[in-house]
Design a protein around this ligand. Structure first.
Ligand code: FAD
Length: 432
């Protein structure tokens, strides 16, 4: 195997493949190194792929060629208790017109396809190869060592796209630790087979329309939330829970998943579905404030490895930030190639590009979202209050009614207290 390249990308997830594709299309001799037998084999996510302008620019027929499931026209936020649900639903014809606002996808298929596109553009895809360290010469990264015979791989620039636990960024000294349970969540997901016509009828969809549903109150008091996404003939159902909070609860993800899918209204939505696959993965949750060093001499960090992922309770975005940032990292590497200088001073063009793009702007806008997700009352008390309000609004039994506003305030004061209500409202306001 060839061991010397003009660039090495570590990890063939969306960030790495987008970077390798960009470099290969510009004529760069780039290696895309992946530990799995094929890209996507070890990768999972909830299921929603959003727009990624930088990738669409270098790959104009991206949406025509990509292996997609359904385009999402219906967005639902559900507050849930063990017996009840309140849904807030947004549906619009504009999401049903191209360019669509997002698609459900299967990661094993999608990641494999994107890496193959990079290979077709000229990248060397090296699979079954785990990067274990970076090679340095006079403080500059000049390659990587791999868990495989034959010595290191060399290149004047390395792009770390090896995901949330990025050892490459750690070994390059750009992050202090791989894992902080205070800044990480774990996602668990069940892929459930369901016939297309059943999905269409049950979720009110036609053609290849899809639904994304986020849930609050489904985690038994553990900080986190749930999701349900419709694929063509399956649904993805899962939970994302804060690792520190899960540990403190003494519960397992399996306990929580079982409670979630057997909640009576959920059980109705999922009845008859057959389990195809179960998977789990870690997610960076710290947002803007956990972003590590992004640039060093001969190295750039991108995607989840750089903590580019955030959740607001309404949306979870990561794959779009990963692919977009992968392209921007590759563009900075191209600039360095042109200048024949891969020092951090030139590679800093990556940070400038990120600051100008939605990636850092959105992470900054929602930098307080992690604080909101740490309001423990969000996971039990508030869903109960919303359900109690709806119950009393809709239950007509001949007793006098309270106005909705005074009912809400009275219940909130009873369950959480006026001080906590004001504090939580302020935290949530700042977060979103
Ligand atoms: C349960 C769950 C639900 C999610 N839902 C959504 C969603 O609906 N929408 C959304 O936009 N985002 C979602 N995300 C986040 C999204 O999946 C990530 O942000 C995205 O996958 C990051 O892409 P990446 O390329 O940076 O990293 P990854 O996808 O993690 O890819 C990293 C790649 O590097 C490889 N690798 C790792 N270490 C090494 C090594 N040492 N050597 C060689 N290869 C290595 C891995 O095998 C992998 O292929 C979700 C995440 C989870 C866990």
């Amino acid at each position: 195997m060839k061991r010397s390249f003009e660039a090495i990308v570590v990890g063939a997830g969306p960030a790495g493949s987008a970077a390798a594709l960009t470099l290969a299309r510009a004529g760069v001799d780039v290696a895309l190194v992946e530990r799995a037998a094929h890209p996507g084999e070890k990768n999972m996510f909830g299921g929603l792929l959003h727009r990624m302008p930088a990738l669409e620019e270098i790959f104009p027929d991206f949406w025509d060629r990509a292996p997609l499931q359904r385009h999402v026209v219906k967005k639902v936020l559900t507050f849930m208790t063990p017996e009840r649900m309140v849904n807030v639903q947004y549906e619009t014809e504009s999401f049903d017109r191209t360019p669509y606002n997002g698609y459900t996808v299967y990661r094993p298929t999608f990641d494999r396809w994107l890496a193959e596109e990079a290979r077709a553009a000229g990248a060397t895809l090296v699979t079954r190869t785990t990067v274990e360290d970076v090679v340095r010469e006079k403080g500059t990264v000049t390659g990587v060592t791999v868990l495989r015979d034959g010595g290191p791989l060399r290149a004047p620039v390395v792009i770390a796209a090896d995901g949330v636990l990025s050892f490459t960024a750690l070994k390059a000294g750009l992050r202090k630790r791989t894992f902080d349970p205070g800044e990480m969540a774990v996602g668990v997901k069940a892929l459930l087979e369901m016939p297309k016509d059943v999905i269409d009828d049950r979720f009110g969809l036609v053609r290849d329309q899809g639904l994304s549903n986020e849930f609050v109150g489904c985690t038994g008091g553990v900080r986190g939330g749930g999701f349900l996404y419709t694929n063509y003939d399956s649904v993805s159902v899962g939970l994302v829970v804060h690792i520190g909070s899960l540990r403190d609860s003494g519960k397992t993800p399996y306990d929580l998943m079982n409670e979630f899918v057997t909640q009576p209204q959920m059980a109705k939505l999922l009845r008859g579905a057959r389990l195809l696959e179960y998977s789990a993965h870690v997610i960076p949750e710290g947002g803007y404030d956990m972003i590590p060093g992004l640039v060093g001499d001969g190295i750039l960090v991108t995607g989840d490895a750089a903590g580019f992922c955030y959740a607001t309770g309404l949306n979870l975005e990561g794959i779009n930030l990963a692919a977009h940032s992968g392209v921007l990292a590759a563009q900075a590497a191209l600039e360095a190639r042109e200048a024949k200088d891969y020092s951090a001073r030139v590679l800093k063009g990556y940070e400038r590009r990120l600051k100008e793009s939605f990636v850092l702007k959105d992470l900054k806008t929602f930098r307080h979202a992690p604080k909101m997700l740490h309001i423990d009352r969000l996971y039990v008390e508030y869903p109960e209050i919303f359900c109690d309000v709806m119950e009393r609004v809709y239950r007509i039994d001949g007793t006098p009614k309270e106005s909705v506003s005074s009912l809400f305030l009275r219940l909130a004061k009873e369950k959480v207290g006026a001080g906590s209500l004001a504090k939580d409202a302020w935290t949530a306001w700042r977060a979103v």
